[in-house]
Design a binder for this molecule. Structure first.
Ligand code: PTJ
Length: 302
């Protein structure tokens, strides 16, 4: 028997809220039986007849649903592209195989990435529509600790989206956002991601680009830059061509990155950071992710 309510039940368990002056009417649907302890979180949407979606913390897929809500919200605000929603689905599939948790090797990669960022001369954090929608708060915290600037760099580039993402990042406390007024076009990139800021990605020696596409990761590496990425798909061209690939979900990875940055800010040790960089092996790290996925598949084989 399905735990999901039928459409009839779903409609019955709805109620309507009015603002005091009755100017705003909000329909709230609380599917009975699905949520045990009331509504801990809600997501507002502009979709007709459905202004709020409640998600209970008790729901077994609470974290996943909240991430989806953030992305749909980003899409409705013109931050995330429609393609970004599909890209997230691919990520989710890989996350399922990883057990939806940070592995030991992902943590090691995050530590190495942090070491690269803290020892760089010109580090930059490249943000796209998915990363902005999912992790703006974490980006703000990380950039405040490290003083690293952000560049908005998009696959589906438009002046409108760049502005919306920049405003969104500012609203979440990211102070230094380069929006690409001083643009240079990089060679060997067959997408709009080739357009980079002269004072950002172009000048950078270390580029941190979560949810990157393979084309640019490869081109940036060929330009002699260190490329750090977050990608749940350890088989992707981005994962294979980057200097450090964190095979983890971007919000989990950013939280861990903040912890490492705080730790290193307290007791910064150049030798330790250099050793971390020198001892990191991306191929070995990716293989460890393949093994995790393989073991998980073996353990659930019917
Ligand atoms: O905002 P734009 O226009 O720059 O577009 C951004 C997307 C993500 C649509 C664009 O860069 C793109 O098409 O990317 P790809 O080539 O689909 O690659 C995205 C990768 O990120 C895939 O390998 C996914 O598995 C992975 N991924 C998706 N969601 C997450 C993720 N990795 C970590 N955390 C996630 N939440």
């Amino acid at each position: 028997m399905s735990i999901l309510p039928s459409l009839k039940e779903f409609k019955r368990s709805s109620f309507r809220l009015r603002s005091p002056d009755a100017a705003l009417i909000v329909d709230i649907f609380v599917p009975e039986g699905l949520y045990k302890t009331g509504c801990e979180a809600c997501y507002r949407t502009k979709r007709p007849r459905l202004q709020q979606i409640m998600v209970s913390e008790e729901h077994p897929r609470y974290k996943s649903l909240m991430l989806r809500n953030k992305l749909v919200d980003g899409y409705e605000k013109g931050i995330t592209s429609a393609h970004g929603l599909i890209a997230h689905g691919r990520g989710e599939a890989f996350d399922y195989l990883l057990g939806e948790q940070t592995s030991k090797n992902a943590l090691g990669a995050t530590k190495a990435a942090c070491a690269y960022l803290l020892t760089a001369r010109h580090p930059i954090l490249s943000v796209n529509g998915n990363t902005a929608a999912l992790a703006s708060e974490e980006i703000a915290k990380f950039c405040t600790i490290t003083d690293i600037p952000v560049e908005v760099n998009l696959f589906h580039r438009s002046a409108e989206r760049i502005k919306r993402i920049t405003d969104h990042l500012h609203a979440h406390g990211v102070a230094n956002v380069l929006t690409g007024f001083d643009i240079i076009k990089l060679n060997h990139i067959a997408s709009e991601r080739a357009k980079v800021d002269k004072h950002g990605i172009f000048k950078a020696d270390v580029v941190f680009a979560p949810l990157e596409d393979g084309d640019r990761a490869q081109a940036l590496t060929q330009l002699g830059k260190v490329v750090l990425t977050v990608d749940l798909n350890p088989l992707s061209r981005t994962a294979v061509t980057s200097t450090v690939t964190i095979v983890d979900e971007v919000t989990r990875a950013m939280k861990n990155l903040i912890s490492f940055a705080k730790h290193f800010a307290r007791e910064s040790n150049q030798d330790e950071l250099d050793t971390l960089k020198a001892s990191f092996n991306n191929v070995r790290n990716l293989k460890a992710s393949y093994v995790i996925m393989l073991k998980r598949l073996q353990s659930v084989m019917l």
